[in-house]
Design a protein around this ligand. Sequence first.
Ligand code: SAH
Ligand code: SF4
Ligand code: F3S
Length: 506
Amino acid sequence: MKKELPVIETPKQKTKEKDYSKYFQTTYQPPSLKDAKRRGKEKVQFHKDFSIPDDLNGLGKGKKFMIRTYGCQMNEHDTEVMAGLLVDMGFESTNETEEADIILLNTCAIRENAENKVFGEIGHLKPLKLEKPGLILGVCGCMSQEESVVNKILQKHQHIDLIFGTHNIHRLPHLIKNAIFGKEMVIEVWSKEGDIVENLPRVRKGNIKGWVNIMYGCDKFCTYCIVPYTRGKERSRHPEDIIEEVRHLARNGYKEITLLGQNVNAYGKDLDGMEYGLGNLMDEIRKIDIPRVRFTTSHPRDFDDHLIEVLAKGGNLVEHIHLPVQHGSSDVLKLMARKYTREHYLELVDKIKKQIPNAVFTTDIIVGFPNETEEQFEETLSLVKEVEYDMAFTFIYSPRDGTPAAKMEDNVPMEVKKERLHRLNDVMNEIFLKKNLELKGEIVEVLVEGESRKNPDVLTGHTRTNKVVHFHGAKSLIGELVNVQITDPKTWSMGGELVETAEVSR
Ligand code: SAH
Ligand code: SF4
Ligand code: F3S
């Protein structure tokens, strides 16, 4: 089905006009990563009176939607908001692609392979769209913020009906209406972040663990990373709104919350007239009756003493710290603009270990940054051996258009990068196994989250330190905190046996 002119809705960006008349009979304003880079001084407005207009309320009656989520927890959080908006409009959720009247792909732009996956999926959905012309196919999330992605969809994937970005999710009801009633592809991507809209409806995935977003955006501009462009400047939610959300989850029986942000340690820096940071926030949340509180992601640079002091109080604040290091060489860290050195990072880990002796560290690491030498790579190996992480996400560097690192020349062949990734993973796996073996015979607290994917007779859950534990038990335990003795530690998970004792050794 050939589309007519795209509808560009209330674009907020001041983009230089480009001539896309080759594809359309109009001048089209694409999103712009360049505009997204600017950090304006304008104040963030907070809106607390969101509601869906009456005329959009019943629009989804008798219709179903499905949202595919790629990428990080922030996208999972956004998917819950989009699901909330659609359910409030009368749509019902489905897991069956064939049943859906709306399919949204909530995308991730962090690495090239993440984007390729989405383009693959867009292609797979084409026959369904041809079969079912009334189906609304939408692309949202971080990829939509990229001009190149929007243009590729316009040129090659005309079966897409709707493109919107990360800053205008609250506009979904209007956009859906326009996609349903209009004949054209609807595109609304704001390059610049908008205001903070509170009180958006939400359909949470599950009722045991909940995401609580505490801030939006990132101002760190690590040279390899696209997130500051796709998510805009750092904007913190008001503490009282966050605390109210946590209380609400506690009242509703949730057992664990994760405070979310790209760089949660920068929380509060943008809040006017208050000296209030993540430490202060955690110190208040600590008093709320919810068994476990996590936070992610921490940037080592902003990890301050007050936060360590508060975390050391323990209780519902778990002793797991995800502290992405990215690289073991200070020279590479400098090129990455991480703004800390290897030594500073190791000192921070030491300081935390001193004050929280049972703290467990996990991390993210990039190998194959442009021109990474063998010696520099070996510094990463020596760092992971020194810290002894309990778990890690490891990636091959992927150039992202529009970021400074993408312009760097690179003399490291892909085979070398792949080989380094293997070597790193081998070293790390050995450490993970060693750390898990140390837990053999110990009794740990496990939050039971459900049946194991591989074997429905087995229950699965996580320890406070975020390790996966499998054990046999009654289904009625799902949603409960139980004690499990570790009997079978493996590299990425541990087997155990349910025990009656109230004593936990770890
Ligand atoms: N805000 C978080 C991480 C967000 S992205 C933080 O700063 O820690 C998650 C991880 O993806 C990063 O920690 C990094 O290791 C990896 N990553 C980001 N950009 C990448 C790129 N261009 N290539 C490869 N890995 C990347
Ligand atoms: Fe990306 Fe760095 Fe921001 Fe993390 S802190 S989101 S890696 S720019
Ligand atoms: Fe991906 Fe965007 Fe998250 S790029 S990692 S979905 S913030």
